[in-house]
Write a protein that binds this ligand. Structure first.
Ligand SMILES: [Mg+2]
Length: 122
């Protein structure tokens, strides 16, 4: 079977962790805490920025690089969490997308967002 790009990157992450003997630390709880910490680091990149500053975040090479690195950290922990728990990340995304299609029919939700307090709001 030919490895796809995702399998290749997953194997690189596994190898990186095994070479450092970090696999033993990677239980679901601590991986989740690490993942949430990295999400916090990504959020810091946007914290307290006004609309003008928000635009510059993605045009400044240094700021964009920081955001890219935090996204990479998030994805690496998420991929590690999925392989350590034998979850096929693409399969569950496909399944969840199908479930969401039923939950959010286009004719009912198009152009409308929701929030937990107010529900759907156009
Ligand atoms: Mg980070």
């Amino acid at each position: 079977m030919k490895m796809n790009d995702f399998d290749k990157i997953k194997e690189k992450i596994k190898q990186f962790n095994l070479e450092r003997d970090w696999d033993k630390f990677h239980n679901p709880k601590d991986l989740l805490i690490a993942l949430v910490s990295e999400v916090g680091e990504l959020a810091e990149c946007y914290r307290w920025l006004n609309p003008n500053e928000l635009e510059s975040v993605h045009t400044s090479p240094e700021k964009k690089k920081k955001i890219e690195e935090e996204i990479a950290d998030i994805m690496m922990y998420l991929i590690t969490l999925s392989y350590k728990t034998n979850i096929d990340i693409f399969k569950v995304i496909e399944d969840k997308l199908e479930k969401n299609k039923l939950r959010y029919p286009i004719d009912k939700v198009k152009g409308i967002h929701s929030n937990p307090i107010e529900g759907f709001k156009g």
